[in-house]
Design a protein around this ligand. Structure first.
Ligand SMILES: Nc1ncnc2c1ncn2[C@@H]1O[C@H](COP(=O)(O)OP(=O)(O)OP(=O)(O)O)[C@@H](O)[C@H]1O
Length: 288
């Protein structure tokens, strides 16, 4: 069965209970995503990007409205919506190969040993990690760990790949290599991707549409910017491309003029039981 929109978020609102009463994180979030689209979520720290992603992952419940994936309401986590976090979250006592194999065994039961082996190897190859298949997470770099995390997610053959600042903890060069790998994989597999990023260049380079969120509380979608740049995209050629720079400017304008962040983000940081996220938005000029 084909769906006009693979994923639909309709009138989504989320209130979190807090000691001071309900905190409205999101309100009236409406988004329709087609199969194979690459969507980036961008917005100031604490606006609600992870809340949206976790909702699609089935880790958060909507207070109003809801999420429909291919005609089915999303209420809980499932292998058709794999998540890649900023901090890879590999099991430290298992090799790269075994980490991916575990996910395959959980989602592809009934396969023969040979089929499982081939599938694990295929996914490690996709992220260019065949050479380090037998290494433990402690024996490989941050970028390599993130590659294994992506292989593990892809091995589950998700309909939607959810990535929460997947490259946030990486240095600029490693980040660029991984962005190129993700573009290559996306063109090969055609998964739908929703990615949170703080990096304006990353959003423009990778996305079909950039979803820009207003500041919270009661955050919502402020604007959606379609990125009509031909694929495959080459970062060097695009650096001087007028259209690319126009898109980049539009995102910066939204973030720094229309949604200027005035209040401190410290209280949000303390509230969140999440670590290692960059506090400020990164742009092309302030990347590490
Ligand atoms: N479980 C929760 N209980 C109460 N408040 C929450 C909960 N989860 C998130 N919030 C609040 O909801 C708002 C949105 O948080 P969220 O983590 O989605 O923001 P974000 O845009 O992903 O932030 P960042 O860019 O810093 O990662 C914040 O004010 C946060 O403190």
């Amino acid at each position: 069965m084909t769906f006009k929109h693979q994923l639909e978020l309709t009138q989504v609102g989320i209130d979190f209970p807090t000691p001071k009463g309900p905190f409205t994180a999101l309100t009236d979030v409406n988004l329709r995503i087609q199969k194979g689209e690459f969507i980036s979520l961008i917005g100031h720290s604490g606006c609600g990007k992870s809340t949206v992603l976790n909702l699609v992952a089935g880790l958060n419940q909507a207070t109003t409205g809801g999420v429909i994936l291919e005609g089915q309401e999303v209420n809980e986590p499932g292998p058709e919506r794999a998540v890649v976090f900023q901090n890879h979250s590999l099991l430290p006592w298992l090799s790269a190969y075994k980490n991916v194999e575990l996910a395959v065994k959980q989602t592809r039961s009934g396969r023969s040993k040979k089929e499982i082996k081939d599938w694990v190897e295929h996914n490690l190859e996709l992220v260019h990690m065949t050479h380090a298949a037998d290494k433990l997470p402690s024996e490989i770099s941050g970028g390599m760990k993130q590659r294994v995390g992506i292989a593990r997610a892809l091995a589950m053959q998700p309909k939607v790949l959810l990535m929460d600042e997947p490259f946030g903890a990486l240095d600029a060069l490693t980040r660029a290599h991984l962005q190129d790998s993700v573009m290559e994989i996306h063109s090969k597999l055609g998964n739908t991707v929703i990615m949170i990023t703080h990096d304006v260049d990353e959003a423009v380079l990778l996305s079909d549409r950039i979803v820009m969120m207003t500041n919270g509380p009661a955050a919502t979608i402020g604007e959606i910017l379609p990125i009509e740049l031909q694929r495959p995209r080459n970062r060097i050629e695009l650096a001087d491309d007028a259209k690319y720079n126009h898109y980049r400017h539009e995102v910066l304008k939204f973030l720094y003029e229309k949604q200027r962040k005035v209040e401190s983000v410290d209280s949000h940081r303390k509230n969140k039981q999440k670590n290692a996220s960059p506090v400020t938005l990164k742009t092309g000029s302030d990347k590490e």
